[in-house]
Design a protein around this ligand. Structure first.
Ligand SMILES: Cc1cc2nc3c(=O)[nH]c(=O)nc-3n(C[C@H](O)[C@H](O)[C@H](O)COP(=O)(O)O)c2cc1C
Length: 244
């Protein structure tokens, strides 16, 4: 199985919880025998869609822009499973991820088709691969992922590929903090397990998801720790400036 992951996170390395969880997930996929590839959008030149509709009219299926999206779309088309990974930014995907999705217009035909009572544009000569959505967010409640989840499900309903799993991890910025070291290890091990399950069973089990989404602390503790962290950072920078 050929797994193509698109990472819309602007940060890299261990500081990015999206990248860290994505790597654990892909490690599990590889362990179960899949081939994996990550497309880090932050490293690519993908200009904004200019809305010209050339890819639907003058050169059907081809974008007028000559940038990395050409190669990315070829890989995306050929994948058996898509993983769309994005941190939650203002209750939605990052601009990098949204831009990637806008630029996938050449993969659709312009013609209108009715599907489940609403019009849509059918895929152009390919079957959209099933999708896994992976996202992390700063706030501690899972409810913050609702708008993102709704958006991806709406697109899936319009024919852009079914969603086989959603892996959402709240309170992401606290994961590497020393008090949560053991939980972070468990969460990453469960994320790797999710990758194995995706390849061997085509889904992530409830038990695995429950470990990934375990609570780190109650809301009062979160507010206290979160506010102390930001106040500490503000003070640290102020002290640094004052010492110059
Ligand atoms: C511009 C911006 C918008 C954000 N919006 C949200 C948000 O709507 N909800 C939330 O819980 N966290 C939000 N966050 C926090 C990020 O989701 C969180 O820091 C996450 O760990 C970032 O992913 P990364 O670690 O892969 O970079 C936002 C962060 C930034 C920089």
């Amino acid at each position: 199985m050929n797994v193509v992951a698109v990472n819309g996170g602007p940060r890299k390395g261990k500081i990015s919880k999206t990248a860290t969880m994505l790597e654990a997930l892909l490690d599990g996929c590889r362990h179960a025998g899949a081939n994996t590839e990550v497309i880090n959008l932050r490293e690519k030149e993908v200009r904004a869609c200019n809305g010209c509709y050339t890819c639907w009219t003058k050169t059907p299926g081809k974008c007028v822009q000559d940038d990395d999206m050409k190669e990315i779309l070829e890989k995306y088309r050929r994948a058996d499973l898509h993983i769309l990974a994005t941190p939650l930014y203002f209750w939605g995907p990052t601009a990098l991820m949204k831009n990637f999705i806008d630029r996938s217009m050449p993969l659709s035909h312009p013609f209108f088709l009715e599907k489940d009572g609403l019009l849509t544009h059918p895929p152009r000569d390919y079957t959209p691969a099933p999708k896994v959505i992976l996202s992390v967010c700063g706030f501690p409640e899972l409810d913050h992922f609702e708008p993102l989840s709704h958006w991806f499900h709406f697109m899936a309903g319009r024919g852009l590929g079914s969603i086989v799993a959603e892996i959402y991890r709240p309170a992401s910025e606290f994961l590497p903090a020393p008090p949560f070291r053991q939980q972070y290890e468990e969460i990453l091990a469960a994320t790797r397990q999710a990758g194995i399950e995706l390849i061997t069973r085509g889904k992530v089990t409830k038990e695995t998801l429950a470990v990934i989404q375990q609570d780190l602390m109650d809301k009062a503790a979160y507010i206290k720790m979160g506010n102390a962290y930001f106040q500490g950072e503000i003070d640290r920078w102020e002290a640094k400036r004052a010492s110059k």
